[in-house]
Design a binder for this molecule. Structure first.
Ligand code: ACO
Length: 330
């Protein structure tokens, strides 16, 4: 099959992770759980927590600064800033605009994408469209999540799973054979109530009752989400590979969304890739929603797991439900 010519490439990445570590042992003191249960069911050993005063926009800006510095960019050169978060600091304006103010990217159009854990794939694909169409020259994608702020710390079925962090990528039109070879985006809004925050929006505005009943915090039907995640990520791997004109054996590194080690292993198995070719950091960070993929990409580049010419398959799944995938030639 013919391999498409990439129009847009990721030229640099960056990440920010809060210093504070919350281990499974720490969680044992907070809810009725054990390190053994968490490790066996999820693969997570610890996660990072932002300090209370740390804002999602600030975390994102730190990751973005690193990516811009590595790309050798002045903030004024960025003309598109696509933000992604499920944990905005405030409802208006967008977190992207708040990040723009911190970064000084004054020539950019800034807006947010909401696609939960799949948002990096969505945001990169949107930025790719702007760049490929000549509507922007340099795009900054920034995913930032303060998941600790929407976590019910008394609910053992969710609080062990999530962590805070931010990741960023700089994109521009490709002048070589490197870049995005394919992407695939899907969603199914009928499944929204399997992973959601019931209240705090227009439908059920915040009041004392909502706060007392924790209606503003994240609720999840874990088992249903698990099944859908395995199914959707498998499909997304297939489609992205097919659209890229590649086979599993052409992939040098699979970077799957890091929600649960069992989902990662099932995805790798389905895709026909050995675990040696799969990037894993869920043990150290848990699920950082949209920030998961750019943080993993940044780490994989830093560790030399991705080299010039490597083919990378990224795949994610999240609330919505949303799912999607990308194939990159690096
Ligand atoms: N410690 C100890 N026991 C627990 C814990 C815990 N932290 N959490 C749940 N349990 C118990 C349950 O109460 C249940 O007990 P019961 O049998 O007495 O009722 C038992 O463990 C089994 O619970 P299940 O929910 O069936 O456990 P499962 O094996 O499905 O694992 C998990 C739960 C880890 C949540 C899994 O379903 C999962 O990872 N789901 C996917 C989650 C996910 O990917 N979410 C993110 C999506 S991305 C986004 O957009 C944010």
């Amino acid at each position: 099959m013919k391999i498409p010519k990439p129009l847009v490439e990721i030229v640099a990445t960056g990440r920010y992770l809060p210093e504070r570590v919350l281990t499974n042992r720490d969680l044992e003191k907070m809810v009725d759980t054990t390190d053994q249960w968490i490790v066996e069911r999820t693969g997570i050993r610890e996660r990072r927590l932002a300090e209370p005063e740390m804002l999602a926009a600030e975390m994102g800006a730190r990751a973005a600064c690193q990516a811009m510095e590595r790309a050798g960019l002045h903030p004024g050169e960025v003309d598109l800033l696509v933000g992604a978060t499920a944990t905005p600091d405030r409802w208006l304006p967008s977190t992207a605009c708040d990040m723009q103010a911190i970064l000084g990217t004054k020539n950019a159009a800034a807006f947010d994408i909401q696609a939960a854990c799949t948002a990096f794939i969505y945001a990169v694909t949107v930025a790719e469209g702007f760049l490929a169409a000549g509507r922007a020259e340099i795009a900054l994608v920034v995913c930032t999540e303060k998941m600790s702020s929407i976590t019910d710390w008394e609910d053992r079925s969710t609080c062990v799973l999530f962590g805070d962090g931010a990741g960023a990528a700089v994109l521009r039109r490709s002048a070589n054979s490197r870049g995005i070879l394919s992407s695939y985006l899907r969603s199914d809004g009928r499944l929204g109530d399997l992973l959601y925050r019931p209240a705090g929006g227009v439908k059920i505005p915040l009041d004392h009752k909502v706060l007392d009943e924790k209606g503003h915090l994240m609720k999840m039907e874990g088992r249903e989400v698990f099944k859908a995640a395995v199914r959707s990520m498998a499909e997304a791997c297939d489609v992205a590979l097919q659209r890229a004109g590649l086979r599993a054996e052409d992939i040098d590194l699979l970077i799957p969304h890091q929600a649960n080690m069992r989902i990662i292993e099932a995805t790798a198995k389905y895709a026909g890739l050995p675990m040696a070719k799969v990037y894993v950091n869920v043990d150290r960070y848990g699920n950082m929603s949209s920030a998961t993929l750019p943080v993993a990409l940044d780490e994989a580049l830093e560790q030399g797991r991705i080299r010039p010419g490597s083919h990378v398959l990224m795949v994610a799944f999240g609330a919505g439900f949303t799912w999607g995938s990308l194939v990159l030639r690096c």
